[in-house]
Design a protein around this ligand. Structure first.
Ligand code: G3P
Length: 218
């Protein structure tokens, strides 16, 4: 299972990279705005800065919603760095653009996926990754994890190569449940990764080991 961090915050990206288990980064326009990164040139530079920190894939999202504009924008993003994966929204022109990019060998991440039908279409178009937003489904009393299970089932039926990138992961249990279902990738905040570290028996066990060592070595 690949671990991506879902942020445009360079400090957090570096912290996750330093942990040694990071496989990539996902961003979106809202995450960029949250870090105060605005204007095309600054945004492009920020993608390059992220690529300089991590060794894995970095999703960079197109803003256009019309096919020819998406193609222009996506090609420019892909040309920035070999780690860039072009993030394309699940709309009609987005599917056409994913097919175009796939034929050209440009990797894509189909974003804003909320149904298994959308995920099937993204795979047919040749998306490298498909991003079902599980947290946002949970937010509206729908079952995000069930969507991951449905997509896993459909992709396995036909051996689709598209990787299931569980997005909108909000906490550590999402990560564990996605791993149980067999999501290929999860993207979430740093806290969702660091939460995996925690167990009270680890803390109390370590405290006792260290105390006993101290007793024997005084
Ligand atoms: O990057 C897309 C997705 O992960 C957004 O997450 O928490 O805004 O629903 P969230």
């Amino acid at each position: 299972m690949k671990f991506f961090i879902d942020t445009a915050n360079l400090k957090q990206i570096k912290e996750a990279q330093d942990l040694g288990v990071l496989d990539g980064v996902t961003t979106n326009p809202s995450l960029m705005a949250k870090e105060g990164i605005t204007g095309r040139d600054n945004i492009l530079q920020h993608y390059k800065d992220i690529c300089a920190i991590v060794t894995g894939d970095v999703s960079a999202e197109v803003i256009s919603t019309e096919f020819s504009e998406m193609v222009k924008e996506g090609e420019a993003l892909a040309a920035l760095h070999e780690q860039i994966v072009v993030k394309v929204p699940m709309i009609k022109d987005g599917i056409k653009a994913i097919k175009y990019f796939s034929d050209k060998g440009i990797r894509t991440n189909c974003t804003l996926v909320f149904s298994s039908g959308q995920a099937l279409l993204a795979a047919k178009a040749g998306a490298t990754y498909v991003s079902p937003f599980i947290g946002r489904l949970d937010d509206i009393s729908s079952d995000g994890l069930n969507l991951i299970a449905e997509i896993r089932h459909i992709y396995d039926n036909y051996a689709f190569q598209t990787e299931i990138l569980a997005a909108s992961v909000r906490h550590t249990m999402h990560v564990i449940d996605c791993a149980k279902i067999g999501a290929d990738v999860m993207t979430g905040p740093l806290s969702s990764i660091e939460g995996l570290l925690k167990h009270p028996l680890t803390d109390s066990g370590l405290a006792k080991f260290l105390a006993d060592y101290k007793k024997g070595n005084n």
